[in-house]
Design a protein around this ligand. Sequence first.
Ligand code: BGC
Length: 360
Amino acid sequence: MLLTMTMAAEAKVTVSKAAFGKMPDGTAVDVYTLKSDSIEAKITNYGARIVAIRTADKAGKVGDVVLGYDSLAGYLADKKTYFGAVVGRYGNRIAKGEFKLDGKTYQLPQNNDGNTLHGGTVGFDQHVWTAKQTADGVEMSLVSKDGDQGFPGTLTAHVKYTLTGNALRLDYSATTDKDTVVNLTNHTYFNLGGVGSGTIVDEDVTLNADKFTPTDKGLIPTGVLQPVEGTPMDFRKGLVIGKHINDKYEPIVLAGGYDHNWVLNGAAGVSKTAARVHDPKSGRVLTVTTTEPGVQFYTGNFLDGSFKGPGGVVYAKRTGLCLETQHYPDSPNKPSFPTTELKPGQTRHSTTTFTFTAEK
Ligand code: BGC
């Protein structure tokens, strides 16, 4: 009896591997399919990216709820969106691509209006990671050499994807051989109505945050933690995205919609609910939990229709939303923010889980 039950539990997740394409230098890239009784997730080792997540709506209809491409070629041609990628070494922005550590100034590539975005011109999203299949997922590893994109220290990063029932869990870890800074996240664009169903503005979002970090026009935080109370940034009780997205409220005007870091309630390092997204049409619900202190809620304002997905679907403005669990942008230059510094002998761990359900 016991044996049968164990076998049944083990049979719940299957993992398989297939070819996804070849890098210009001939390196083979794969895609791993993780399948449980309720979710199918596809992960490639190019950028350790989530390529697809197929899950049922309230009527039981299965659809892909993340923006992506069906082969490596699509990802190689798109250096703008970061679809599904693990971004690093430093997710989001560092002002003027510059920071001081142990009295030394480091200069990074300025790839975003004079600032550094998502780790520089060749971030972790553009690397082929080493993949290791596990019983219920896949573990991606990358070694970023001392001086890679201007960052000090050889950084070894691991992102372990594990599927359990309706939850896809990401366990990040990083170590270094010299003092450095690190901020890893995942840049998946979700559209709970399904890819190709239009924009995400009718979806409603709840963010577990009393404060956010307002920015200058280059989207660099001013350093202030501003209460959301009484502003269009107040998602504590749930808010339809489109309700205030075009308001003449300065932070929204500067970002062209939502593209900000919310300061999550609860202790950093402890898992807590960060966000909940609900699509009233399909009934699909995404719940995001994390140990990180912040989340970048980005409404795909810069998607401009120049990239097309499977079947010719056009990735137009606001057709996907990101919930990038993270340390706050520009932390290396903001001593009052939770530190992103990592020293030899330490391991930076974080965990983020995406759980999918459907409501009638
Ligand atoms: C940033 C956006 C940026 C986007 C790139 C987000 O994390 O906050 O400003 O345009 O990534 O796809």
